[in-house]
Design a protein around this ligand. Sequence first.
Ligand SMILES: NC(=O)c1ccc[n+]([C@@H]2O[C@H](COP(=O)([O-])OP(=O)(O)OC[C@H]3O[C@@H](n4cnc5c(N)ncnc54)[C@H](O)[C@@H]3O)[C@@H](O)[C@H]2O)c1
Length: 235
Amino acid sequence: MLVTGAAGGIGAAVAAGFVAAGAQVVAADLPGRAAPGGVRAALGTDLSDPAACTALVGAAVDRLGGLDVVAHLAGVMRRRADLADVTEDDWDVQHDVNLKSAFFLLRAAAEQMRRQGGGGRLVAAASQGWWSGGYGGSAVYASTKGGLVSLCRGLARTYGPDGITVNTVAPGAIDTPMLTTDLAPGALDSIVEATPLGRVGTPAEVASAVLFLSSARASFITAATLNVSGGWLAY
Ligand SMILES: NC(=O)c1ccc[n+]([C@@H]2O[C@H](COP(=O)([O-])OP(=O)(O)OC[C@H]3O[C@@H](n4cnc5c(N)ncnc54)[C@H](O)[C@@H]3O)[C@@H](O)[C@H]2O)c1
């Protein structure tokens, strides 16, 4: 299987979960970022470039002899206090990494799986923002995740006849550096207060959802978005 964003909080937990389950894992993240342990290969690549996305699928197939699962967790959030603070560069970077990469990576992976003929599993990381639209300056980040959910539904429809499932997980507040970087004082407390389970989640709790959607147990689930937020938003 291939995991992107594998040096990040959630990606590292997903890679570790697959390694523990006995899977052969190719881990990808930006060049120079730390590789998780136990993986077959760790590749440095900038997935905001569509050519890098298709090349990564080829490199993973070379290492693994085929491709059965992709967990696409690479992402960026540029937290701005207000929409007025958002720049064109903020727009481009977030859309390139969060949404454009998903199209070129997941399409290339699905085409590979289609050629192999044995089905497959694609899982990508959305966010609560896909549903809420985000707050203040995070509307642009939220739009990348809303686009991602729509994209994955479309991919699910296209590749369903090939036995390829395409799903998203929507993490709530998860304890990684992305959660607290540039977060306004007090914001985390109010998220926790609004969360029925009364705490932030761990990367391992998101990894459990990704592993489930990647498994035979999720064989009749596609075009779905699994809300992993402790009930922060209920849908
Ligand atoms: N942490 C949360 O609370 C939370 C909530 C909702 C959604 N998410 C989503 O979950 C996913 C993982 O988030 P995380 O919390 O582990 O964040 P993180 O910042 O710890 O990890 C993200 C990883 O993506 C990599 N990345 C960034 N740009 C890249 C690029 N151009 N090419 C390749 N890799 C790149 C980073 O190097 C990093 O290792 C992201 O898609 C994020 O949007 C996180």
